[in-house]
Write a protein that binds this ligand. Structure first.
Ligand SMILES: *[C@@H]1O[C@H](CO)[C@@H](O)[C@H](O)[C@H]1NC(C)=O
Length: 209
């Protein structure tokens, strides 16, 4: 009888442990899910769906451990860097195959964009990692917030710059379109999640997508 009771209590313990693990997991997912719901509330703004936002963030396992919006914004910025590196590799491979002058020029332009991004991502990461809501609130929100907007918008402009080179060329689009489009999507995620972190949109941004 005593043995049976022991088994039962260790089963209960295991069950309790499983519940705790599941609850912790669900809590982390809730943050991603909630942040993406909030970030994509105005779908027409950057045409990002909640699901694309969430699946982009969840492609990095650190999102599951994110404690707050700053943690998620850091993941989002790093994802922009990873996708830009992948697109740069695809663009280099396409450039190595050669092509007409217009194609070559477009690919060269993309390489400049991705070089810029490779240098800017670590700067944005550093900036976001030092984000302190009380410091931003203390100066009324705008003077400090513009650096955050400026950094991520720079990434997004470069991402869109390459996409604009590629989108109207059927051959280029076939060769590198997916990778190049991915960078734009990730940049949109980073921009929208960072806005959630800051609690505001950039009041002076130039609208384009
Ligand atoms: C999402 O928005 C709601 C309502 O404004 C807010 O209460 C909640 O804290 C937000 N969640 C996140 C993760 O930003």
């Amino acid at each position: 009888m005593a043995a049976a009771r022991t088994t039962t209590s260790s089963e209960l313990l295991l069950f309790a442990a499983a519940v705790v693990v599941l609850a912790a997991h669900a809590g982390a997912e809730d943050l991603v899910s909630q942040a993406c719901t909030n970030a994509t509330r105005h779908f027409c703004r950057l045409q990002l769906s909640k699901d694309s936002c969430a699946s982009a963030l969840r492609s990095d396992e650190r999102s599951a451990a994110a404690r707050d919006l700053r943690d998620l914004a850091l993941v989002a910025v790093d994802l922009v860097g990873a996708s830009a590196a992948a697109a740069d590799a695809a663009v280099s491979a396409a450039a190595a195959k050669g092509g007409d002058a217009g194609t070559e020029r477009s690919l060269q332009y993309c390489r400049v964009d991705y070089d810029d991004m490779a240098r800017t991502v670590p700067e944005c990461h550093r900036l976001v990692s030092r984000y302190d809501a009380t410091v931003v609130a203390a100066d009324g929100g705008w003077p400090s917030a513009q650096y955050y907007f400026g950094c991520v918008d720079r990434l997004r402009d470069a991402a869109v710059g390459c996409w604009d080179q590629v989108r109207n060329w059927a051959e280029l689009k076939k060769a590198v379109g997916k990778e190049v489009r991915d960078v734009v999507q990730r940049a949109n995620v980073a921009k929208l999640i960072q806005e959630q972190m800051l609690g505001t949109e950039n009041p002076f941004e130039s609208q384009h997508d």
